[in-house]
Design a protein around this ligand. Structure first.
Ligand code: SF4
Ligand code: FES
Length: 334
């Protein structure tokens, strides 16, 4: 059995397996004390350590060596020690540093949320609201790039990319072969598909789900609707390539898009194949389970436009109990 160690984060103590990172220990506690993470993704090996949004202060190293760590550290890459004490939202230094990180991430990222498909699901948008300043001190021109088609279903808008590397890890670890990567260094870095070669394999669509911003978007959904006007419903099918467990995003009776299901940390529960994501947009191809529970923090939950009118698929399906409709309305109301 793994050795257990005690860590205290923002005054809340928890025992975790030795080797657990501070970020994952915080996720086990949950709530506001969980540091944001723009590049770490628990299902992608090697991810993390790039964006610095998860910085925290270690005010006590451990019971054996109680000295504080001299600098703020990336919680996604630092393991807990027995007796460690960590400050996240209780440290003014961390809050100030996070503000600086957000300002830096926004140096080149355009403020085009009103026309971006990721709006409402964008981690950078959330961070901007929580930590962003009203104006920018940046005096130079932002980097801009032409949009690039990665195959016929995915579009890369490099102008929005924050170089988190998640999509590169997906291509490396989830698909059969990788045909894109990050070229260049420093401010010359960019995602490249090596002369716009299409990523053509069954799991390439997962780059859309892991992208924390609107740099990689689903061309079958682009500009069709705002996510907060759509209704997420869990469904599954018998798929021979993936788990077949997805979320269908309805507008009225129409399935506008299909995504993997995301957990409380915004990570996919399991990666899905391109056939489920792009080809199965008819309700008849799915077994509907019920409304997707969406965090009340999400702008998607603020959908109160058609509360009295859940999709027929929810109303008519005998497998869905009355309670589900109530739950559907409850989660979309708050
Ligand atoms: S395209 Fe998206 S997922 Fe890929 S590195 Fe840029 S921000 Fe990250
Ligand atoms: S999430 Fe830790 S550095 Fe990006």
């Amino acid at each position: 059995m793994a050795e257990r160690v005690k860590v205290t984060i923002d005054g809340i103590s928890i025992e975790v397996d030795a080797g657990t990172t501070i970020l994952n220990a915080a996720r086990l506690i949950g709530g506001d004390i969980v540091p944001p993470a723009m590049c770490y993704y628990s299902k992608l090996e090697g991810s993390g350590g790039k964006c610095r949004t998860c910085l925290v202060k270690v005010s006590k190293g451990s019971d054996k060596d109680p000295r504080p760590m001299p600098k703020l550290i990336a919680s996604c890459r630092t393991g807990v020690m027995d007796g460690m004490e960590v400050q996240n939202i209780t440290s003014p230094e961390v809050v100030e540093a996070r503000k600086g990180i957000v300002e830096m991430l926004l140096l080149n990222h355009p403020l085009d949320c009103p026309i971006c498909d990721q709006a409402g699901e964008c981690k950078l948008q959330d961070l901007g609201y929580e930590h962003g300043s009203e104006g920018t001190r940046y005096e130079f021109e932002r980097r801009t790039f032409e949009k690039i088609d990665i195959g016929d279903k995915i579009q890369l808008h490099m102008t929005r990319c924050i170089l988190c590397y998640r999509c590169v890890y997906v291509a490396d670890q989830i698909t059969d072969h990788r045909e894109h990567g990050i070229l260049g260094r420093g401010d010359a870095s960019e995602i490249s598909t090596y002369i716009e070669k299409a990523i053509d394999n069954d799991f390439s669509g997962n780059v859309i789900d892991v992208c924390p911003v609107g740099a990689l978007t689903d061309k079958t959904f682009r500009f069709k609707n705002r996510v907060w006007f759509t209704k997420p419903v869990d469904a599954h099918c018998d798929c021979d390539k993936c788990s077949g467990k997805v979320t269908l995003w309805y507008k009225g009776e129409e399935v506008l898009r299909v995504t993997a299901r995301k957990d409380v940390n915004g990570e996919v529960e399991s990666f899905i194949c391109n056939t489920c994501r792009f080809e199965r947009k008819n309700t008849s191809e799915w077994t509907i389970e019920g409304p997707r529970k969406i965090s009340h923090h999400s702008v998607i939950s603020s959908n109160h436009y058609e509360l009295a009118n859940p999709p027929a698929v929810i109303r008519k399906n005998p497998a869905l109990k009355e309670a589900n409709i109530e739950e559907f309305e409850r989660v979309t109301r708050h």
